[in-house]
Design a protein around this ligand. Structure first.
Ligand code: ADP
Length: 284
């Protein structure tokens, strides 16, 4: 609501009427764009650092390499990782006069709050309504065009950002929930699953990331921590398990270099594992 309307009853107020009209126009743009996206997939996790952004980026790149029209929207307002993971931190975001043109990596369209903040090292202090508004703009005011998939990289937890995405887009095809095997992560991921249930969002599956360690020399997988926690949790919560992605130094170095693992390592054993994990999403 416009500031000058504060305290007014709303009746016969021109300011309120203008604000309502503006909101209706913005929502119309969001709905029009939403209609052009076949599958919106939210990638969630209960905890930070479990590899959610890595999974989101590799999923988006993998779908794009398979010939799908894909966009990735990073709504992690306080810690956007997608620009760095795709080495586009310095991308110059332009507009065509009507809409914002997303950054492109190959055919993959990318938008992130990290691409539009003036000082990229600056901490952003935004409350819920501001986050809702920027996410609304990132959907309705960005020229995504027709997409087979829009992958949404959400911040950890079940806060304003993921709620805004689901409320704005209305129809979300489903959620991919990322966890590590340890109890401390799976404990929180249960909340992500129940959050999806409350909002009628299908959990497409749980990914157990950093599950076992792949030796860079012999390729053998060693269970340095216990594995299977994500699988067990998925079973207990009655949701699908997509598979285990091992802790692989090549995944970490690819992320650091900004070259997605699935693009760089197509034939490695871990790449084959990741392909299997993503297959049910590709087959939607
Ligand atoms: P989140 O989005 O959950 O906070 P990130 O995707 O940013 O986590 O990943 C955190 C760190 O872990 C990154 O440095 C990333 O490269 C690394 N990482 C993620 N998954 C793996 C993996 N399977 N093997 C090795 N490193 C990984």
């Amino acid at each position: 609501m416009a500031d000058h309307c504060e305290g007014c009853s709303g009746e016969n107020c021109e300011g309120c009427a203008n604000a309502a009209q503006q909101m209706e126009e913005e929502m119309k743009k969001v709905r029009e764009q939403a209609d052009m996206i076949k599958n919106v997939i939210v990638v969630m996790s209960g905890k930070g650092g479990v590899g959610k952004s890595t999974v989101a980026v590799n999923l988006a790149v993998s779908l794009s390499l398979a010939g799908k029209d894909v966009g990735i929207l990073d709504v992690d307002v306080h810690g956007p990782s997608v620009p760095k993971l795709l080495k586009i931190q310095d991308a110059d975001i332009k507009s065509d006069g009507e809409k914002i043109i997303p950054a492109e990596v190959g055919n993959l369209k990318v938008m992130s709050v990290g691409l539009v903040t003036a000082d990229r090292d600056e901490a952003i202090i935004w409350r819920g309504p501001l986050k809702y508004n920027i996410i609304k703009q990132f959907i309705g005011d960005v020229r995504w065009g027709n997409l087979d998939y829009l992958i949404i990289d959400c911040p950890p937890g079940t806060g304003d950002e993921v709620l805004s995405v689901i409320q704005l887009l209305g129809t979300v095809r489903g959620a991919v929930v990322v966890t590590t095997p340890q109890d401390i992560a799976t404990y929180d991921v249960r909340k992500s699953v129940s959050f999806c249930r409350k909002l009628n969002v299908e959990v497409l599956g749980v990914v157990e990331n950093m599950s076992g360690f792949v030796c860079p020399h012999c390729g053998e997988v060693t269970e340095i921590f216990k594995s299977g926690g994500g699988e067990q949790m998925a079973k207990e919560m009655g949701v699908k398990f997509l598979g285990k992605i091992p802790l692989d130094p090549d995944i970490a170095s690819s992320s650091d270099d900004g070259t997605p693992y699935v693009f760089r390592f197509t034939k490695a054993p871990t790449a084959k594992i990741i392909e299997e994990v993503f297959k049910p999403i590709k087959d939607l």
